[in-house]
Design a protein around this ligand. Structure first.
Ligand code: TRP
Length: 334
């Protein structure tokens, strides 16, 4: 039997997850993980987060939040190997080995580093590397180790991470050429969702715009947030255009084709914004009820999260240990 292909993605813990994250990243990745021909690996890139989070308590919380979020949204730990990056020491050994075949110039061109340099330039900073840690600079090498450690075939990522997967391929090719053909070349998979979910103010839902709807907000907060969604000034009984309505776009993401069609008719017939808000809220509240409950249960029981991550970590380490043995042999270590 042919080995299943591996799909792997890393999740950087970054604060309260919102509907935009759910629709744009979590849901497409989980859909992919469900395919029977794939072997999914999802991990929490906690040591990557260490480039920005420097407070122990916040750090631990973030890890729990991310794990609980993904499990609550449908990740099945029995089928999908879920683990914490920092529990797999093999990744860090591999990261060092890879850094020795990585040209520094390749890192100079990585976008996160370049952005800081550019910012320093614009601010007239004398030291263009001000505020750059080696962690930030070497971030793509660690990411390459994450990916290559499990011989990943597919890596679902957002647009901003495509460059990092390309860098990973470069690094893998160099290693294969310099030592031995150990690594497969991974492919990035852009999340299929091309439409972006709008936030409360109609712009893309994003933490930086402060316009998000948190996935696990309690009902009453959810209702208040939906009440804040920006609408136009069309009169209460006048026909409304669903295609330009933020409310409708949210509704569309969480409803069946029949429900969507029925709602469309209501807009055209002239539903009031107040009613549209109420109905969108009810639908969303119902849609999120199950995940919200599961999330709260998990967060109230961190030992259970730890246990899931521990089991996933053990599974992942088996694979990592075998691959690292090959890598060590290739570089000549006895
Ligand atoms: N850098 C990714 C992000 O910021 C997270 C990440 C770390 C990752 N390692 C990975 C994603 C490996 C895919 C594969 O979102």
């Amino acid at each position: 039997m042919e080995r299943k292909k591996t799909v792997l993605t890393g999740i950087k813990p970054t604060g309260t997850p919102h509907l935009g994250n759910l629709m744009g990243a979590i849901r497409p990745a989980l859909e992919m993980a469900k395919k029977p021909e794939l072997d999914p690996y999802f991990f929490i890139a906690d040591y990557h987060a260490l480039t920005t989070v420097q407070d122990g308590k916040t750090f631990r919380n973030l890890v729990h939040e991310v794990a609980a979020t993904w499990i609550a949204c449908g990740l099945d730990p029995a089928r999908c190997t879920i683990y914490c990056q920092s529990d797999i020491p093999e990744i860090f050994e591999l990261s060092w080995i890879l850094s020795c075949v990585t040209p520094k110039g390749l890192m100079n061109r990585a976008h996160a580093y370049k952005a800081v340099v550019q910012e320093n330039q614009e601010k007239g900073q004398e030291d263009l590397d001000a505020g750059v840690s080696m962690g930030l600079f070497c971030y793509p090498v660690l990411m390459a180790a994450d990916i290559l450690m499990f011989n990943s075939d597919f890596v679902p990522v957002g647009k901003d991470q495509v460059q990092h997967v390309e860098i990973t391929r470069d690094i893998a090719q160099r290693f294969n050429k310099d030592f031995k053909k150990v690594f497969k070349l991974p492919m990035h998979v852009l999340s299929e969702q091309s439409a972006v979910l709008p936030g409360l103010d109609g712009r893309k839902m994003s933490k930086s715009y402060d316009n998000t709807i948190p996935i696990f907000a309690p009902s009453n907060q959810l209702q208040k947030l939906i009440a804040r969604v920006k609408t136009d000034s069309v009169g209460p009984t006048d026909p409304k255009n669903p295609e330009t309505s933020t409310l409708f776009m949210i509704y569309k993401e969480i409803s069946t084709p029949e429900e969507i069609e029925a709602m469309k008719q209501k807009y055209v017939a002239g539903i009031s914004w107040g009613d549209a808000k109420q109905q969108t809220f009810e639908k969303l509240d119902q849609f999120l009820a199950e995940p919200r409950k599961k999330y709260q249960e998990l967060m109230a029981n961190p030992a259970q999260i730890e246990q899931i991550l521990k089991e996933g970590g053990l599974r992942a380490r088996k694979v990592a240990t075998a691959l690292l043995a090959e890598v060590r042999k290739a570089v000549g270590k006895i």
